[in-house]
Design a protein around this ligand. Sequence first.
Ligand SMILES: [Zn+2]
Length: 336
Amino acid sequence: MLEMDLLSHTLRHAGERISPKSWTLSDGTRVTLHDVGILSFEPAKPGPGDIVLSAGVHGNETAPQELLNGLVTGLINGALRCQNRLLVLFGNPLAMAEGVREVEANMNRMFSGGHRQYLSTASAEAERAALLENSVEAFFTQRQGSRYHYDLHTAIRASKRERFAIYPFRHGKPWRRAQLAFLANGGVDTVLLSHDPTHTLSYFSSDRFGADAFTVELGKVRPFGQNDLERLAPFRDQLIALIEDSSPNLSEPETLTVFDVAQVIIKETEDFRLHFADDAANFTPYPRGTLLASDGVAAHRVKAEEEAIVFPNAKVANGQRACLTVVPVGADQPFE
Ligand SMILES: [Zn+2]
């Protein structure tokens, strides 16, 4: 047993390594704490689903951590029943304990091998990223189940769309309507289709293990204790239905907006500047020709009739994404 809830345990032991320990719940589910913030549930007779839920890859994004902690507590005390295999990850305990997004570098650029280039400059986060990769691999490769991974975040700035998800590049494989319905019926009713490989945790699970995987943005960053988790209740209910293998709501959603990622603007030099208001909300649209960013002699302008900005951040390290733009989904996108 854990002597306290998983989130408290993770914060208290941040930066440590611990030996695995297992125990069995009254319904026969085997619970294993593999390391700090890495916990699996193995039902005696699991359903077809192999589910990974992660939060805290960015340490200060607290609402998803509280959401997952509540689910874990419910599973351990018997309020919820685990009927599919489940792996819960708290991504970056050191940053979580310090209440910062990252300690040395952005962990969500360290997956699919990205951690190797950070080993000399951000060793703690790079080693943790490698540990997370190994944990996900060990979990998924134990059998050929139906694989899911929802990596939960909150955004730095205000957003015209409170909750949205990024669908990792699928290398031409069709996008799944059932997954869009799962998200939209959970209140995550805006989805961005990504068209490039990347180093995010969700891309890693999608690309390496064929999981239905998403980066899910669940609102704005706030400190512990200031999140209104009731706003996330529809999403939590979808996760519970998945965990309990009791039919998540996959009906045709009332609202769903799908965008294509149009531009990924990379900061190349220290002269990088964004040319719209500092407090412009995510999904603010700009017309064709608008200068969005300059970078020394380079200029990044809106190319389509209209593009909306997402995740602008001029403070990222050189070589990293400083802004995305999105456009309404094109007719050429394959869905199944
Ligand atoms: Zn994040």
